[in-house]
Ligand binder design. Structure first.
Ligand SMILES: Cc1ncc(C[n+]2csc(CCOP(=O)(O)OP(=O)(O)O)c2C)c(N)n1
Ligand code: SF4
Length: 245
C-alpha cells in the first residue's frame, strides 16, 4: 500500500525524473511531520535545484543567497532558539561558494541542522564540476574528466568536520530501501540533537543527478553504489558529541 503523502508536502515536486532531491524532500517532510514540528520549523534554502524545495513544502522557508544558507540558519536560530532550523543545500552551494559559511557553522557548533545533497556536480546550471566531483568524472567543465593534479582531490567535508566539537554527523544514500530508511533516521537524529541543544548536525546524502549524469534512474543508483560510495563512506561519524570515527 502506498504511504500517504506527508502534509508538509502540499504539491508534487518539480525535479527531473529519478532525481534524489524529491526523495530527500519527502524524507525531511516525513521526519518533521512525525516529530510534530513541521509548522514550527524554518528552512534556509540554497540556490540550485535545492531552491525548488519551498515550492513543495508547507514549511516556513527563506531563500538564502548562494552559499550563505548555514550563516542565515545560524542567525535565525540565534534569534528564535525555539524553532527547529535547517539548511537544504547542494554541493556547489555548501562546499564551493559557501565553504566558509558551512565550515564556520560547524566550528562554532551552531545549533542548526545542515542537510547537504552531494550529487557530485552543479545540477541546476548544467552539470559543472563541484568540489565533490570524482576523479576522472566528466562534467561540462571537465570534459576529459576531473584531473586531480590540476584541481585537487574530491572534497570529503565530513573528514574535515568530524574532529570538531559538533553534535551529530552522518552520511547516507538513497540506493535502496534500507539506505533510504537509514538516511531518514539520520535526519531525525539530527533534528533531535538540535532539539536537545547539542549543537551542529550535518547530514550528507549521496544523490543522483540523472539529467547531468545522462543516466536513467537505475543506472544512476548503480553508479552511486559502484563509484561514489567507495569515495564517500556511509555511516555515522559523530553522535551526541561522541566521536565514532
Ligand atoms: C553568486 C551566484 N553565482 C552563481 C549563481 C548561479 N547558480 C545558481 S544554482 C548554481 C549551482 C548550484 O549547484 P549545487 O549547489 O550543486 O546544487 P544542485 O543544483 O546540484 O542541487 C549556480 C552556480 C548564483 N545563483 N549566484
Ligand atoms: S538537474 Fe539534476 S539535481 Fe537538478 S532536478 Fe534535475 S536531476 Fe535533480
Amino acid at each position: 500500500m502506498l504511504k500517504k503523502k506527508p502534509a508538509a508536502c502540499f504539491v508534487d515536486n518539480k525535479y527531473c525524473p529519478g532525481c534524489g532531491h524529491g526523495i530527500i524532500n519527502r524524507l525531511v517532510a516525513e521526519v518533521l511531520e512525525e516529530m510534530g514540528i513541521y509548522e514550527e520549523s524554518i528552512g534556509a534554502i540554497a540556490v540550485g535545484c535545492a531552491s525548488l524545495m519551498p515550492e513543495t513544502f508547507a514549511v516556513d522557508c527563506i531563500q538564502a543567497q548562494h552559499g550563505r544558507a548555514a550563516a542565515v540558519a545560524a542567525g535565525i536560530k540565534r534569534c528564535r532558539p525555539d524553532k527547529t532550523v535547517f539548511t537544504y543545500q547542494g554541493d556547489g552551494d555548501a562546499l564551493a561558494i559557501g565553504f566558509s559559511e558551512t565550515m564556520y557553522s560547524a566550528i562554532r557548533n551552531e545549533n542548526i541542522t545542515v542537510i547537504f545533497v552531494n550529487n557530485s556536480n552543479f545540477g541546476m546550471t548544467g552539470g559543472q564540476m563541484a568540489p565533490t566531483t570524482l576523479e576522472n568524472q566528466k562534467t561540462t567543465t571537465t570534459p576529459r574528466g576531473r584531473n586531480i593534479a590540476e584541481t585537487g582531490d574530491p572534497l570529503n567535508v565530513i573528514n574535515m568536520m568530524k574532529d570538531l566539537n559538533t553534535a551529530y554527523i552522518a552520511r547516507g544514500s538513497l540506493t535502496n530501501n534500507a539506505n533510504i530508511m537509514k538516511t531518514k533516521k539520520y535526519i531525525r537524529n539530527a533534528f533531535e540533537a538540535q532539539q536537545n541543544s547539542e549543537g551542529f548536525s550535518f547530514i550528507e546524502i549521496l544523490s543522483p543527478c540523472t539529467t547531468n549524469w545522462k543516466m536513467d534512474p537505475i543506472k544512476a543508483m548503480e553508479h552511486i553504489e559502484k563509484n561514489v560510495t567507495p569515495v564517500y563512506e556511509l555511516g555515522v561519524f559523530v553522535e551526541r558529541g561522541e566521536k565514532n570515527a
